[in-house]
Design a protein around this ligand. Structure first.
Ligand code: SF4
Ligand code: SF4
Length: 57
């Protein structure tokens, strides 16, 4: 699963743009990942410019 370090996210939207199954939801000041939809591809972890997302098996 992907862990979000929420206090670090600047809501740039880069992770949302690359997520193949559209599992990331970005609202005004909140980011959420639907664990059921997420395929653990880790693309979001790689594109986040400030290392907000972390993969945990
Ligand atoms: S790991 Fe892949 S599927 Fe899961 S939220 Fe990140 S980009 Fe989307
Ligand atoms: S790419 Fe990183 S900083 Fe940008 S919205 Fe996603 S988690 Fe937040």
């Amino acid at each position: 699963m992907i862990i979000i370090k929420e206090n670090m996210c600047d809501f740039c939207g880069a992770c949302v743009a690359v997520c193949p199954p559209d599992a990331i939801e970005l609202r005004e000041a909140e980011i959420r990942i639907d664990e059921d939809t997420c395929t653990d591809c880790k693309l979001c972890v790689y594109v986040c410019p400030i290392d907000t997302l972390e993969y945990a098996a």
